[in-house]
Design a protein around this ligand. Structure first.
Ligand code: EPS
Length: 347
């Protein structure tokens, strides 16, 4: 079973990701992970922290002589910026976990909430996802993302100006990003049980990215406004291509199973919650009205969220792939996959 967890605080010593269940004999170097980490740090609207950090993966375990050996892969990402770790605050930031987290964990210093709730944790997800991406690339499965809109505007030419304006006002902007998986075979996921449906796993993984408030697969909410005759993708067959569709409103998933078309997922990221011009709030210590805590942050991180989306989708796709073709070495998985493809092509 493929699984991962992360640990670490935003301004603590380091972030850590542990990925377990990756087959042995996959070539893996820190560079395979670092390129995704660098992309996560980029994008117009990122905050000053991104100039301080250059996230670099230290592979602590699970790899020997440049190849995975089947044991858990632990990846450490040391933090350079640790100076805020001991700075307390009690002015709760609306939109963040500060209020609910302080009550839930019985904390008097909201720093204890901010540190783990910060979206910096997503660097760990990107590290684990990069290993999954490398694994999927062995089977020619690719995962890419793009920003669809910022602040409700589709035209990319407007975005930098809008982000500059938001920055000047001490405000922030959200947007929509899209992730596409290409090359996935027919047959990942299943309809036989609710928790076997791949669309459910993908939606949950994307919804669990900090700031994400909505997820769509394929046509998504657009399907509400059109009849079935226009919503569904007609099926064709060609000797070379096999079964295929000319449209992809289903976003590559039917009955919770990949149908051979690109898997397309869109998500909306709300505007970053930490605002330089703070909203009205309450002080956790005094219960008196107070402006929210102001801390260094991003103005817009939609592009970065797309990279995180790629990572969490890489993990879910790799997990579904291993559930179907699982083996302890890359060779075993490859032989299972090849034999399935042969079986599927005679159908
Ligand atoms: C982030 C690191 C954080 C924030 C940002 C994401 O670093 P710092 O708080 O030291 O500036 O820039 O966090 C948030 C936007 C958030 O809401 O938590 C990162 O590495 O992605």
């Amino acid at each position: 079973m493929l699984r991962y967890i992360t640990a670490g605080e935003s301004h603590g010593k380091a972030l850590v990701a542990i990925l377990e269940g990756c087959p042995a004999n996959l070539l893996l170097s820190p560079e395979d992970i670092n390129s995704d980490l660098a992309r996560r740090q980029a994008g117009y609207g990122r905050g000053p922290r991104m100039k301080i950090e250059t996230d670099k993966a230290e592979i602590i375990s699970g790899v020997r002589k440049g190849k995975t050996i089947g044991s858990p892969i632990a990846i450490m990402l040391p933090n350079k910026s640790t100076e805020l770790f001991n700075t307390p605050f009690t002015q709760l930031r609306p939109g963040h976990a500060d209020l609910a987290g302080s009550i839930k964990y019985n904390q008097k210093d909201a720093r204890n909430i901010l540190e783990r709730a910060s979206a910096r944790e997503t660097a760990g997800r990107v590290a684990a996802g990069a290993v999954c991406r490398k694994f999927l690339s062995e089977f020619k499965i690719k995962i890419e993302s793009r920003t669809v809109s910022i602040g409700g505007v589709l035209s990319a030419g407007m975005w930098e100006k809008m982000i500059d304006e938001a920055r000047e006002k001490g405000d922030s902007l959200g947007g929509i990003f899209e992730v596409a998986v290409t090359g996935a075979p027919i047959g990942l996921g299943s309809y036989v049980q609710w928790d076997a449906r791949l669309d459910g796993d993908l939606a949950r993984a994307v919804m669990a990215i900090p700031g994400v408030k909505g997820v769509e697969i394929g046509l998504g909410f657009g399907a509400a406004a059109i009849p079935g005759s226009k919503a569904h993708d007609e099926i064709f067959y060609d000797k070379q291509k096999g079964f295929y569709h000319k449209t992809n409103n289903a976003g590559g998933l039917e009955g919770g199973i990949s149908n051979g078309e690109p898997i397309i997922i869109k998500a909306v990221m709300k505007p970053i919650s930490t605002l330089r011009t703070p909203l009205q709030s309450v002080d956790l210590a005094t219960k008196a009205p107070s402006a929210a805590h102001v801390e260094r942050s991003d103005v817009c991180a939609v592009e970065a969220a797309g990279v995180v989306g790629e990572a969490v989708i890489a993990f879910e796709t790799a997990r579904a792939f291993l559930n179907k073709f699982g083996g302890d070495s890359l060779e075993e998985v490859s032989s299972n996959y090849t034999s399935y493809l042969k079986q599927a092509s005679v159908l």
